[in-house]
Design a protein around this ligand. Structure first.
Ligand SMILES: Cc1cc2nc3c(=O)[nH]c(=O)nc-3n(C[C@H](O)[C@H](O)[C@H](O)COP(=O)(O)OP(=O)(O)OC[C@H]3O[C@@H](n4cnc5c(N)ncnc54)[C@H](O)[C@@H]3O)c2cc1C
Length: 512
């Protein structure tokens, strides 16, 4: 047995990325302490309860369970022993302005046949789009995932001479195209196109500004499915926190970190709590927003300047969420639904270019009672409605904007979503606005999904997990590589943990 060095590691933030780092590092034998300013861990994966209703406040669509499986496997546990995951198919039900609806099914061939009834050309195009998506996903698996990457140069080893197969991989990333253009090249039917556009909403970015390589997200969902953890998405951070506890991680909730200490050589050497208490560490992992980590937690200086200068990082979109406790379910909706806007271009232009809420938005609706009746009193529904909005601008006052926008949303659910009389069914109501997201989770401008993925060539790249600016500092979470969303934030945490451990102890021995 090769001897391993045990390091004292401090983690700022107990979101999914922070928890995944904590479990990975503790499973590899390190001494881990985690701090979160909130009195719960899980960050955005929080819960709201009232009048017998239980709502997941943040993420509701769980994809790529293989990422969670790998994190539990670090500690020798099986995912299935820790979480009761139920597969959902249809994955989404899509409602359109013209009164039609379309179920997104996991099986590509089934989906091709469904689309054939709407538009035969788009049916063939859907198959071809999925083939492209599979190829793009294979490239991501090979070059992008599971390692600390901050740029195209990190991704492909240009040191090794570029061979034909690598050139083919680069070209199939369609480096000069966007998601929206690629989708429409394959799929002429605007309804099917609108559905495929929405995979970029998993990363809070406009399909008109996102690089075509993000078309690879579609395959992740057809390949591994969409899952619901019984008890709610909140069960994911609960299971990780339990594992972290078993592995000896010390978790301090209600503790805000206000500074990362650096030694004379600029190396991260500890953290300081808001009350002034200092904790010395050999290594610091920040699960706080990466831009705010550099602006607010590190001393102003060259490291922070280098980070900001590397690229103009733009926040991803924000959102408004209505948590509606209904006394009666709607039978025509599925677990996950999209009630689409009348015009995709108008909607994305408002949110991502003009910085204003869309006049006729797409509403994502989650109706989990059909899968998990424990979320609501008998016959009721814990209806969750998320509408993407621009990230916070100085003139946005959501205290004033919310009441009017609530009406826009409820009208949209009634008309395009067929949820007639919804106001009469509401017996409990809560909400979350961009300002609330900003304050609760300490993010950049209320962004739900970290940093936007805009830019045809470099849009997919986020700050690398090993800080190139501050030795001893590692970054985990939705605003670090490989990006936002539950599986990616979890993977980010694993990569940060694995990179720390490899920097300390070298590569993990290959299991026999
Ligand atoms: C409304 C909403 C809906 C979403 N829907 C989905 C979905 O359906 N599917 C999906 O995959 N993803 C979804 N997401 C995105 C997903 O939730 C996030 O990408 C993911 O949870 C982010 O994890 P994270 O590790 O970046 O941490 P975060 O959840 O951002 O947590 C970071 C934590 O760090 C703490 N922190 C920050 N700074 C400090 C500090 N200085 N000191 C102490 N603590 C600090 C914060 O309190 C917070 O708890 C949604 C998000 C929201 C908000």
């Amino acid at each position: 047995m090769v001897s391993r060095t045990r390091k004292r590691i401090g983690i700022i933030g107990g979101g999914l990325g922070g928890l995944a780092s904590a479990c990975t590092l503790a499973a590899r034998g390190h001494d881990v302490t985690l701090f979160d300013k909130n009195d719960w861990v899980g960050g955005k994966a929080a819960v709201l309860e009232g009048k017998g209703f239980r709502f997941d406040m943040g993420p509701t669509i769980l994809t790529l369970p293989s990422v969670l499986r790998r994190i539990f496997a670090e500690a020798g546990h099986k995912l299935e022993d820790r979480l009761n995951l139920v597969r959902l198919d249809p994955q989404w039900r899509c409602f359109y302005q013209d009164g039609t609806f379309l179920d997104l099914m996991e099986n590509v061939q089934t989906m091709v046949e469904k689309i054939r009834g709407m538009d035969p050309k788009s049916a063939e195009g859907y198959q071809k789009f999925q083939d492209l998506s599979k190829r793009l996903n294979r490239i991501s698996q090979k070059f992008f995932f599971w390692k600390s990457i901050g740029s195209l140069w990190d991704m492909f080893s240009f040191k090794d001479s570029m061979n034909l197969s690598m050139l083919g991989d680069v070209m199939s990333m369609r480096p000069v195209s966007t998601v929206a253009a690629t989708v429409r090249k394959y799929v002429p039917d605007e309804r099917v196109a609108q559905m495929l556009d929405h995979f970029t909403q998993y990363v809070g970015s406009s399909p008109y500004g996102s690089p075509a390589v993000l078309c690879g997200i579609a395959h992740m969902q057809t390949d591994e499915g969409v899952w619901y953890p019984m008890g709610g998405t909140r069960e994911v951070p609960k299971a990780l926190a339990k594992l972290a506890g078993e592995l000896g991680v010390t978790i301090h909730c209600g503790v805000e970190v206000t500074r990362i200490e650096q030694d004379g050589a600029g190396r991260a050497s500890g953290v300081v709590e808001s009350g002034g208490t200092k904790h010395a560490f050999d290594i610091v992992v920040s699960n706080s927003d990466t831009v705010r980590t550099h602006r607010e937690l590190l001393a102003a200086g060259r490291a922070a300047e280098r980070f900001e200068g590397r690229r103009g990082y733009e926040p991803a979109c924000s959102g408004v969420v209505l948590y509606l406790g209904l006394n009666k379910r709607y039978d025509h909706i599925a677990h996950h639904d999209f009630v689409f806007s009348r015009d995709a271009e108008e909607e994305f232009d408002a949110i991502y270019n003009r910085g204003e809420p869309a006049p006729d938005p797409t509403c994502y609706v989650c109706a989990p009672a059909v899968t998990d009746p424990s979320v609501a009193p008998p016959g009721g529904e814990a209806l969750y409605v998320l509408v993407h909005t621009p990230y916070l601008r100085p003139h946005h006052n959501w205290n004033e904007m919310l009441p009017k926008y609530r009406e826009v949303i409820l009208n949209k659910l009634e008309t395009t979503g067929g949820m007639k009389g919804i106001r009469d069914r509401i017996v409990f109501e809560g909400s979350l606005t961009p300002q609330g997201i900003h304050d609760r989770y300490r993010v950049l401008n209320g962004a739900i999904y970290g940093l936007a993925s805009h830019g045809r060539l470099f849009g997919a790249f986020k700050p690398a997990n090993r800080s190139p600016d501050v030795p001893g500092l590692y970054l985990a979470g939705g605003s670090a590589h490989p990006g936002p969303g539950m599986p990616m934030a979890l993977m980010s945490g694993w990569i940060a943990g694995d990179t720390v451990d490899q920097d300390v102890n070298g590569p993990m021995p290959v299991q026999a």
